[in-house]
Design a protein around this ligand. Structure first.
Ligand SMILES: [Zn+2]
Length: 238
């Protein structure tokens, strides 16, 4: 069962990746077959196998020999992991939607409203409504200060604020705060790394969404355990 979850996660992530790339070019991603972006040759099923296809073809297009972007196996690997940690189809859908949000934001610096609507729906189906107040607090605890900051400065866009509101609603306020802290940590680590490698300057905008999505997924999956651990460690320390 476990490895089926991984395989389904990997296949779905592969589809999500193609969907995000093609929706930018306004191409059909449901019915038209995948092709090599360099030579345009249609891919067969062996080429399209998630992860295995990349390994069998040694990271090169079978037809023209060009290098296949590492993005494909990385996203498929991430999908494998997301498949393994999801406890239901609804959770898997939510993770895949978050993946779509992160990839689309990375490519276009926009967080799509339609993806956010799907996230909200998936979240509602995975939530425990006995704690509705907690979830409602989660929806505003970070998003409201962010909304005020976004109107005063242009540090982040309204898409980020909306993503924070929807994810906060799903997570509840404790895990929402945790997700935001994790996001800041991951974001600053990567920014420092990019600055050190001189891949980005101080004025470059780095999309906020992918880091936020990372924080949300960790907070959703391990949040309560991390918070318990923190409280335990804190009490022990005092
Ligand atoms: Zn090719």
């Amino acid at each position: 069962m476990l490895y089926w979850k991984g395989i389904i996660g990997s296949i779905t992530a592969s589809f999500v990746n193609v969907m995000v790339i093609r929706s930018r070019k306004r191409e059909d991603y449901v019915f038209s077959r995948s092709y090599c972006p360099v030579c345009g040759h249609q891919l067969n099923y062996l080429d399209m196998l998630p992860l295995a296809g990349f390994i069998i073809r040694k990271g090169k297009c079978h037809y023209c020999g060009c290098r296949i972007s590492l993005r494909y196996p990385l996203v498929e690997l991430l999908g494998l992991y997301l498949g393994l940690i999801s406890n239901s189809i609804r959770e898997l859908m939510m993770f895949m939607d978050l993946l779509a949000i992160a990839l689309y934001d990375r490519d276009n610096m926009i967080i799509k409203d339609s993806y956010l609507a799907v996230l909200l729906l998936c979240g509602i189906f995975t939530m425990d409504f006995r704690y509705l107040n907690n979830h409602l607090m989660g929806a505003v605890v970070i998003s409201l200060p962010m909304f005020l900051l976004a109107t005063l400065t242009d540090g982040f866009g309204m898409g980020d604020v909306k993503l924070m509101a929807v994810s906060g609603f799903i997570l509840g306020w404790e895990r929402c705060l945790l997700g935001f802290v994790l996001r800041c940590f991951a974001g600053s680590m990567v920014s420092v790394f990019l600055l050190m490698m001189k891949k980005a300057g101080l004025k470059d905008r780095i999309p906020f969404g992918p880091f936020l999505v990372l924080g949300i997924i960790i907070a959703y999956s391990y949040g309560f355990r991390l918070i318990d651990f923190y409280e335990y460690a804190w009490l022990k320390g005092v």
